[in-house]
Design a protein around this ligand. Structure first.
Ligand code: TPP
Ligand code: SF4
Ligand code: MG
Length: 298
């Protein structure tokens, strides 16, 4: 894994963004841009990330960002790549779609699926705060089981949509999960994706104090608990080969995993879970890891 000394000092986001304090997405974006470097063009749909960039006429990043309609991240990335190819600049510049979970798992999925099916040479990053945060915490397809949101006040009764698996089914060369609380792993995955030709997909858990209901100082701790309880396994699928990432490796052993309750109880959105549902949740985490174990055997 990369060493902290290898992370460039250069910042690509100017100080003073408009994010809530403790927002993991701001950290994720900061680290991702360091890995991507200055020769990057981003396309970003409506989301908290749009807000980070500031009002029209301003842009807080030192790289070019196209603000695109909600459903069109994949399509706009394809357009940018086509124009760079026409200009002979495609090998020099990395094109990146950076979107929230609503913009990825729900409204943008058609454009994303089309772009990767065409083999567009770009990276698509989804920062997953597990709801439509920018418009007041409505549930998305990526909201986890039992989380309460403005539109699921009693808790979501459906499980989380598995976006990395959907992207994997497109047969693309690189799919990875990441987590804002593991910046070195995150950095390395963006760096790796940058050097692979074709469509790359990175799905990142992004702790959100405002939407999840916890003290902003706890974002890193809560992101770590997501890994330590096995709720959010970190892995890569490179050319179809499944690889567990170093921060998650030891959790293959169920006795090393903390009970999922330790993660869920830190957040107000899960406060309505009863004991029976908690047991069911623990079983659901076990199923995720049983599948990982099977995949590692292949
Ligand atoms: C077509 C369309 N529908 C709805 C909206 C309103 N809208 C703006 S941001 C947003 C929520 C985005 O959610 P997500 O993609 O998860 O990003 P987050 O806000 O959580 O960062 C919505 C519904 C819009 N801009 N365009
Ligand atoms: S609502 Fe959540 S994701 Fe959006 S800026 Fe605030 S902390 Fe970040
Ligand atoms: Mg969201």
């Amino acid at each position: 894994m990369v060493n902290v000394m290898e992370i460039p000092e250069e910042e690509y986001i100017n100080p003073g963004t408009r994010m809530c304090s403790g927002c993991s997405m701001a950290l994720i974006y900061r680290i991702a841009l360091k890995a991507l470097g200055p020769k990057t063009i981003l396309t970003v749909p409506a989301s908290c990330l749009t807000v980070l960039h500031g009002m029209q006429g301003f842009c807080t990043t030192k790289v070019s960002v196209l603000h695109t309609p909600f459903a069109t991240t994949g399509a706009s990335a394809s357009g940018i790549v086509a124009s760079l190819e026409e200009k002979g600049l495609a090998d020099e510049i990395t094109v990146v779609g950076f979107a929230g979970d609503g913009g990825t798992a729900d409204i943008g999925i058609q454009a994303l699926s089309g772009a990767v099916e065409r083999g567009t040479n770009f990276i698509y990053a989804c920062y997953d705060n597990e709801a439509y945060m920018n418009t007041g915490v409505q549930r998305s397809g990526s909201t986890p089981l039992r989380a309460s949101t403005a539109t699921t006040p009693g808790g979501k009764t459906r499980p989380k949509k598995n976006m990395p698996k959907i992207m994997e089914a497109h047969g693309i060369p690189y799919v990875a999960t990441a987590n804002g609380s593991y910046p070195l792993d995150l950095y390395e995955k963006f760096q790796k994706a940058k050097d692979i030709k074709g469509s790359k997909y990175i799905h990142i858990l992004s702790a959100c104090p405002s939407g999840w209901g916890y003290d902003p100082k706890d974002s890193i701790k809560i992101g770590k608990l997501a890994n330590e309880t096995g709720f959010w396994p970190l892995y890569e699928v490179i050319e179809g080969k499944f690889i567990l990432s170093p921060p998650s490796k030891k959790y293959l052993d169920p006795s090393k995993r903390k009970p999922v309750e330790e993660y869920l109880k830190t957040q107000k959105r899960f406060e309505k879970i009863n004991q029976e549902e908690m047991t069911e949740y623990q079983g659901y985490i076990g199923d995720i890891w049983d599948e990982i174990e099977e995949r590692l055997k292949k």
